[in-house]
Write a protein that binds this ligand. Structure first.
Ligand SMILES: [Mn+2]
Length: 204
């Protein structure tokens, strides 16, 4: 069965559409968020996760700032993964992957357990200050991944080591690591055919 999803979400702040194929190739993506930086990061995530993803922000309120759009994109992306995964029968459920970029290294650990939880492990002062005067920030990254994890129904732990002064480097390493780990976690293990990977028998 195809593991695909189509999501459309409209609020008074944003209107976002997404189409996802979990079993894709990663090179058939069209990401149009209106935020160039985020287009680049989501494309990297999809490419390295081998996901085919179309994402379009039809309407946004970026005249205020990117807060709502950043969050709502992550909500839609999370809902798309949740829908495409269905009852989660047969999946590996866990994933752990890392991606370095220059001195910086990001590691992502995932459990698609139905419980949305996100933790970014980074030095506190870096979280507060990194990217302060730039388009994006570690706080925006944290908010994005938190919304993504909650809406996918996964526990996501990200550790960022040797935080760079360049926000691009930090965020890129994280998006790649999350893509790689989510690819692992969503893969079907043939030994587990038809079995929901939980001793509870279900994953919400
Ligand atoms: Mn880049």
């Amino acid at each position: 069965m195809a593991r695909i999803a189509a999501i459309e979400r409209k609020s008074k702040e944003t209107h976002i559409k997404a189409k996802l194929n979990i079993d894709g190739r990663g090179d058939r993506c069209e990401i149009k968020t209106g935020i160039g930086f985020l287009d680049h990061m989501i494309e990297l995530f999809a490419f390295h996760g081998l996901f085919d993803l179309e994402l379009e922000v039809v309407k946004s309120d970026t005249q205020i700032d990117i807060h709502h759009t950043n969050e709502d994109i992550a909500i839609v992306l999370g809902k798309a993964f949740k829908q495409a995964l269905g009852d989660k029968a047969g999946i590996r459920r866990y994933g752990c992957a890392g991606a370095p970029m220059e001195a910086t290294a990001a590691r992502a650990i995932i459990d698609i357990c139905g419980r949305g939880y996100f933790k970014l492990n980074v030095e506190e002062d870096k979280l507060t200050n990194n990217g302060e005067k730039q388009e994006y920030s570690l706080s925006y990254l944290e908010h994005f991944m938190e919304s993504f994890a909650h809406n996918t129904g996964m526990t996501l732990s990200v550790t960022l080591q040797n935080v760079s002064d360049d926000i691009h480097t930090n965020v890129e390493a994280v998006f790649k690591a999350v893509g790689l780990a989510l690819d692992q976690a969503t893969q079907v293990d043939p030994r587990r055919e038809g079995i929901v990977p939980s001793t509870k028998g279900i994953i919400d």
